[in-house]
Design a protein around this ligand. Structure first.
Ligand code: TA6
Length: 277
């Protein structure tokens, strides 16, 4: 696959969103020429390995998978362009991508499916509208779905994240033990890998690029994963620089704790809005 197959949504004013058709991975979101997403300098664009950064699309499995790669096949599959970038009357720019079952996906997961991924680039916002459709006449399938967003930050130790107070979380740094979040704001000062359940619809991350705030609004994505490999795990990840961990934080909206169950002929929809404040 040509590793260079990217689609750019350009709103003018140095405000752009770049999507690599490999995984429909958003690899750049620039607002007035300020990059908002982290992509590792070691990221590999070989059309085989998931892109280390941006917004990998996790489906149909979050985490380890007996039948295929970690985090599923969607982030390592070639997506189609349903609609090339088009300027809307509002001045915003919209594009639509899709992925359907094929020999590659069926080699791991014998279900028919259709994913649609609509992106809308606004002045200071990026909108994500996702649809999962089960076209089968007889088979029901269950799946997980998550946007594995890598936010670029000057220093993750100075970031505070709202919207998890009182929520239960699975702590993958402590053998998956379950705890309740007692803090008003979550901070990251060590290896962090947590699956928060039933979180608020809105998260605010402080001290992102140029000291601004990032607002995440999510719909039908009840869970939020927070991840930073810190120094110890950064060294273990081949396509991640040993010294890059202070400059990223993953805040990932998804549906992972309780899988999505799709009966024949039914669909699931979810969306996320990222806003630079
Ligand atoms: O979303 C957090 C997480 O599941 C972590 O456990 C860590 O493995 C991270 O994803 C990165 O996964 P990857 O397969 O991209 O190396």
């Amino acid at each position: 696959m040509a590793a260079t197959s990217v689609v750019v949504l350009d709103r003018g004013n140095n405000t752009t969103c770049t999507v690599n058709l490999f995984g429909a991975t958003v690899v750049s979101w620039r607002v007035n020429n300020q990059e908002q997403l982290f992509v590792s300098k070691q990221a590999v664009f070989d059309g085989k390995r998931a892109i280390r950064g941006g917004i990998p699309f996790v489906f149909p499995q979050f985490g380890q998978w007996a039948f295929g790669p970690q985090h599923g096949f969607a982030r390592v599959a070639r997506w189609h362009v349903e609609k090339m970038p088009e300027r809307l009357p509002s001045g915003d720019v919209e594009a639509v991508f899709s992925l359907m079952d094929d020999e590659f996906t069926r080699s791991m997961w014998h279900f028919q499916f259709r994913l649609t991924y609509r992106l809308i680039l606004r002045e200071k916002e990026l909108h994500f509208n996702i649809g999962v459709y089960n076209p089968s006449k007889e088979l029901t399938f269950s799946c997980q779905l998550l946007l594995h967003t890598y936010f670029k930050v000057p220093d993750v130790r100075r970031c505070q994240i709202t919207g998890m107070h009182g929520c239960m979380f699975i702590d993958k740094t402590r053998e998956g033990a379950v705890y309740q979040e007692t803090r008003e704001v979550v901070t990251v000062g060590e290896w962090t890998d947590r699956i928060y359940q039933n979180t608020m619809q809105e998260h605010i991350i402080t001290n992102v690029v140029s000291g601004r705030k990032m607002r995440i609004q999510k719909y039908n994505f009840p869970d939020t994963v927070i991840w930073n490999p810190w120094s110890e795990y950064a060294k273990e990840i081949p396509d991640f620089g040993d010294d890059e961990f202070p400059n990223m934080v993953c805040v990932e909206a998804g549906r992972v704790a309780a899988p999505i169950v799709l009966l024949p002929g039914t669909a699931f929809e979810a969306s996320q809005i990222l806003q630079v404040m």
